[in-house]
Design a protein around this ligand. Structure first.
Ligand code: R2B
Ligand code: URA
Length: 292
C-alpha cells in the first residue's frame, strides 16, 4: 500500500477533477459520500461472473454474520458489486480490458474513500497444466501469452510494461489457510491470455492454423516455466495492484487439464461446486484477519 496504507494513485490529474464519475459503476464522488460508505473496506473480492459474485456475497454475509440485505451498488448493467461489512465484492467480466475497467474504477473509489490496508483477490476458473479439475492454483507470477512475466499494454502509442508478480506473503498466507479445505491447492505461475481459444492453444476454436504437436509444445514450454494454470486476467490484476501498491492474489480453480484436452467436460453440478472452492480459502483468510 502507499502512504499510511492508502491506495497509491500517482495520477496527478485526478487532483484537478472537481468530481470523478465512475462511468461503469454508475456513480462517483459527486453523488456518494465515498469515505462514509467505503472507507472501512479491507478486502476486495473479484470474479468474472455476476452469478458467482452474488453467491460469494451471500456466503460472506452468512459466514461473517453481517446484518442486512445485500444491495447491488452498481447503477449500470456492466457489473454487480456488493458490500458485506469490510468486504467489497464485484465481478470483472472476462479478459483484461473488462477487468482493467473494473479495477481502475475500484482503485479510484478506494483512494477517494481513504480505505487503507486493502487486499484485492481474484477468484476464478482456469485451465490447468498438469493439474486436475477441482484443484486450486494460487498465483506466484502472472505471465502473458508470450510467457513473459509482465503485462504489456499500449499507452499513447507506446508499449509499456508493468510487473506482474503477486504478493508473496499473501499467497503464502492463503496457501496455509487452504489446509482448512479438503482439496488440492498449490502455488504456481499463471498464464493470462487475451483469448480462450487460439490464445490458450486450443484446437477447438472457430479458427486454428496449428496442430496438436505445436499446441503441446507451447503448453509444455509454459509448464516448464512453472505455469500451472491458464486464465485471462492475472496480468492486469497484478500489474494494476503493483502500480497502486495494493496487495493482491489470484486463486483459481482448474476446470480441465489442458495437457489432456481442450473441452471442459465436468458436470454443471461440478462446475458450480468447483467455482465456489476459492471463496472458502479466501473466507478462511478473511476470518483470520478479522480475528473470527
Ligand atoms: C477464466 O474463465 C473465463 C473464460 O471462460 C475467463 O474470465 C477466465 O479468466
Ligand atoms: N478459463 C480459461 O480462461 N481457460 C480455461 O481453460 C478454463 C477457464
Amino acid at each position: 500500500m502507499g502512504e499510511n496504507g492508502r491506495v497509491n494513485l500517482t495520477n496527478k490529474h485526478l487532483r484537478e477533477l472537481p468530481h470523478d464519475h465512475f462511468h461503469h459503476l454508475g456513480f462517483g464522488s459527486e453523488s456518494t459520500n465515498l469515505k462514509e460508505k467505503f472507507g472501512d473496506v479491507k478486502f476486495v473480492i473479484t470474479s468474472g461472473s455476476t452469478g458467482r459474485i452474488s453467491s460469494f456475497a451471500e456466503l460472506l454475509r452468512d459466514r461473517l454474520q453481517v446484518e442486512g440485505k445485500l444491495e447491488n451498488l452498481i447503477k449500470t448493467d456492466r457489473f454487480v458489486m456488493y458490500k458485506i461489512g469490510p468486504v467489497l465484492a464485484a465481478n470483472h467480466g472476462m479478459g483484461v480490458p473488462s477487468a482493467s475497467i473494473l479495477l481502475n474504477e475500484i482503485l479510484k473509489l478506494l483512494h477517494y474513500a481513504d480505505a487503507s490496508d486493502v487486499a484485492i483477490f481474484r477468484l476464478g476458473t482456469s485451465g490447468g497444466l498438469g493439474m486436475n479439475p477441482g484443484d486450486v492454483v494460487i498465483t506466484k507470477t502472472a505471465f502473458d501469452a508470450m510467457l513473459r512475466p509482465f503485462h504489456e499494454t499500449a499507452i499513447c502509442g507506446e508499449l509499456v510494461q508493468h510487473s506482474t508478480e503477486m504478493h508473496a506473503e499473501l499467497a503464502d498466507d492463503l496457501l496455509s489457510c487452504s489446509s482448512q479445505v479438503g482439496y488440492t491447492t498449490v502455488q504456481g505461475n499463471t498464464m493470462a491470455c487475451d483469448d480462450f481459444y487460439e490464445g490458450q492453444g486450443r484446437l477447438d476454436g472457430a479458427f486454428c492454423d496449428y496442430d496438436e504437436a505445436a499446441k503441446l509444445a507451447f503448453l509444455k514450454k509454459a509448464h516448464t516455466l512453472g505455469v500451472k494454470n491458464i486464465e485471462m486476467e492475472g496480468t492486469i490484476l497484478a500489474s494494476m495492484c503493483n502500480r497502486a501498491n495494493v496487495k493482491c492474489a489470484s486463486i483459481c480453480v482448474v476446470l480441465v487439464n489442458r495437457l489432456k484436452g481442450d473441452q471442459v467436460n465436468i458436470t454443471p453440478e461440478e462446475y458450480k461446486e468447483y467455482g465456489q472452492r476459492p471463496i472458502h480459502i479466501v473466507l478462511a483468510y478473511i476470518k483470520k484477519q478479522m480475528g473470527q
